[in-house]
Write a protein that binds this ligand. Structure first.
Ligand SMILES: [Zn+2]
Length: 367
């Protein structure tokens, strides 16, 4: 796509005469180039005296690399990627992204231990620009850039089609090709700022957790001291399943009744369903709906975030969301051979024998 003119600059195939008249060398290996500008094929350079189909290994990459640097030095502007950390409302924006004009560009000048592709300067500020054509900027070079604490971006030209027109190539180099920050001095300050914000958030969460934990422990003590008053428990006890309810799982304080009661209601419904020939499925969503309908959920604990739940648990308090409390209870029943997991960790089915025994006993009762 490019040849090297006698003055060392890059010539696009569209800018030269056909044949050896192009007066160009391969920027990779130095062989004389022939410009093939026929009607049939895409216009391209060939190495003089070498068959097509045995392309030079480094020529095209070196050429694109050098062309990119020339374009930058001539146009003195380029699109910079946005500089952001995080997402959502806590997002830190160091630079929104956009066209950046600069005063000067230096090609392949040494800077400490590295030789960046281009150094662009605007006033006193410097920015390093690396072009990725074959391989990405290596870790050692990035580490040195970070150590020098200089802003640097990498522009990825590896995806450009070989037959890109000259104008499109310039556009890709300056604005449209993918680009990312390798480093930016603002990042360090941002990190400090974000850590400060994080500590503040933790403190707020801690204070909230302390009051939530106190309320939760009081709720646990309350439900433990309550006498059972629900008919479902009697139905369960009559079916010799008393050991399946009243199981203390993390989260029992999220309910306004003792664990015996909400567990009995869910299990009794499944047992009844099996007895009437239905599919005795228990799901966390279905169970919570029944519990909520009875007004047995404490609103304060039913909509907490995972971060809030973790903060309450931080001192070992056995807290969990109501849905997880239901799941923990059902999981215990699967271990006891009363329920069988029915997929996804949120649904269980009454084990046939549990249902069967009950049905048998009910049938026997009818005689
Ligand atoms: Zn070559």
């Amino acid at each position: 796509m490019f040849g090297e003119r006698t003055d060392g600059t890059m010539a696009h195939i569209s800018e030269v005469s056909s044949g050896l008249e192009c007066n160009c060398l391969c920027p990779g290996c130095g062989t004389r180039l022939v410009a093939r500008k026929g009607d049939k094929n895409d216009h391209h350079f060939g190495h003089y005296g070498v068959e097509d189909g045995r392309p030079c290994q480094t020529g095209p990459e070196t050429a694109l690399h050098r062309f990119a640097k020339e374009v930058l030095a001539r146009r003195l502007e380029l699109e910079l990627p946005p500089l952001v950390i995080g997402e959502g409302p806590g997002k830190w924006i160091g630079y929104p992204g956009g066209i950046y004009g600069f005063d000067a560009a230096f090609l392949e000048s040494r800077l400490g231990e590295i030789i960046p592709d281009v150094i662009v300067r605007k006033g006193e500020r410097h920015l390093l620009v690396e072009f990725q054509v074959t391989h990405t900027c290596d870790e050692a070079k990035i580490a040195r850039i970070v150590a020098m604490d200089i802003a640097a971006i990498e522009i990825d030209l590896s995806g450009l089609p070989r037959d890109t027109a000259r104008a499109d190539l310039e556009k890709a180099i300056l604005t449209t090709a993918p680009r990312k920050w390798l480093h930016n001095p603002k990042l360090r300050a941002a990190q400090v700022e974000l850590e400060r914000r994080g500590r503040e958030r933790d403190q707020v969460l801690d204070r909230a957790a302390t009051s939530l934990r106190k309320a939760y422990l009081a709720a646990c003590a309350e439900v433990r001291s309550m006498r059972t008053s629900c008919l479902a428990y009697d139905r369960i006890a009559a079916r010799h399943l008393a050991h399946a309810v009243g199981i203390e799982v993390p989260g029992i304080g999220c309910f306004t009744v003792p664990p015996r009661d909400w567990q009995a209601v869910i299990l009794a419904d499944a047992v009844d369903l099996a007895a009437s020939g239905g599919k005795p499925l228990i799901t966390t969503a279905g169970a919570l709906r029944k519990i909520r309908q009875r007004g047995w959920l404490r609103r304060r604990f039913s909509g907490l975030t995972d971060a809030e739940a973790a903060a309450i648990r931080a001192d070992g308090t056995p807290f969990d969301h109501p849905a997880n409390a239901v799941a923990a209870w059902a999981t215990t029943l699967s271990r006891l051979g009363i329920l069988l997991p029915a997929g996804a960790g949120d649904r269980w089915i009454l084990w046939q024998q549990t249902a069967g025994t009950t049905r048998g006993r009910q049938a026997a009762k009818r005689f």
